[in-house]
Design a protein around this ligand. Structure first.
Ligand code: AMP
Length: 211
């Protein structure tokens, strides 16, 4: 994580609160994070850092990290923090993140959240906002099964989906209280059309920006 902080410190001069939006996107698997993240990126013009995408790329490329990560991903388990933090560290060096970043699927554990916060605190630009996409579990499972069929995702079987929910409840949900306590959590109702959900997200972002 020290390297993440070095990377972020290097861009600290550009990271005024107005210019730099740092947003964390949290929600159960299948809640529409990917879809909404793309829209929000277009709206804010900041970089997108999806650890799920990065891990899938590494897996498809057959890199050593990808092969190791696949052993966890294929069983719906979280990839160890050290691997994910290395990946995030490398990615954040890119200049596309100078104006801000939408963290998608990261942090996924309280430990990852604390590591990220420690780095951001050092450069004086704390997270702007944590968005929780809250969706009905049954609807979310249906979305995931549809997506698995469309995209041929091997990690989306009924068994791994159930396990990913368990992991979300046990390991990721504690982050919500953490961000609520810090006063930066906005809960977004993720039920409805993508347009409706995005309107809610925009309202939450603008409300935060106005503070
Ligand atoms: P996602 O596309 O975000 O649902 O991620 C797909 C899979 O990648 C997850 O089920 C995990 O196995 C792994 N993964 C993605 N992000 C993380 C993270 N921040 N920490 C640990 N594992 C992750």
């Amino acid at each position: 994580m020290a390297a993440i902080s070095a990377t972020l410190e290097a861009t600290a001069g550009k990271a005024t609160s107005e210019a730099c939006m740092l947003i964390v996107f949290i929600g159960p698997p299948g809640a529409g994070k990917g879809t909404q993240a793309k829209r929000l990126l277009g709206y804010l013009g900041i970089g997108h850092l999806s650890t799920g995408d990065l891990l899938r790329e590494a897996k498809a490329a057959g890199t050593p990290l990808g092969k190791l990560a696949a052993q966890y991903m294929d069983h719906g388990r979280l990839v160890p923090d050290s691997l994910v933090l290395d990946l995030v560290d490398q990615k954040l060096r890119e200049s596309q993140f100078n104006k801000g970043c939408l963290f998608d699927g990261f942090p996924r554990t309280l430990a990852q959240g604390c590591s990220l916060d420690a780095s951001l605190a050092k450069r004086g630009t704390p997270l702007t906002l944590a968005l929780e996409l809250r969706a009905d579990e049954e609807e979310v499972v249906n979305r995931m099964l549809r997506r698995a069929a469309e995209e041929g995702r091997a990690d989306d079987t009924p068994q791994t989906i159930a396990h990913r929910f368990e992991v979300y409840h046990q390991q990721t949900e504690p982050l919500l209280d953490y961000y609520r306590f810090k006063g930066i959590l906005s809960v977004i109702d993720a039920m409805g059309t993508p347009d409706e959900v995005f309107e809610r997200i925009k309202i939450a972002v603008e409300k935060r920006r106005a503070k």
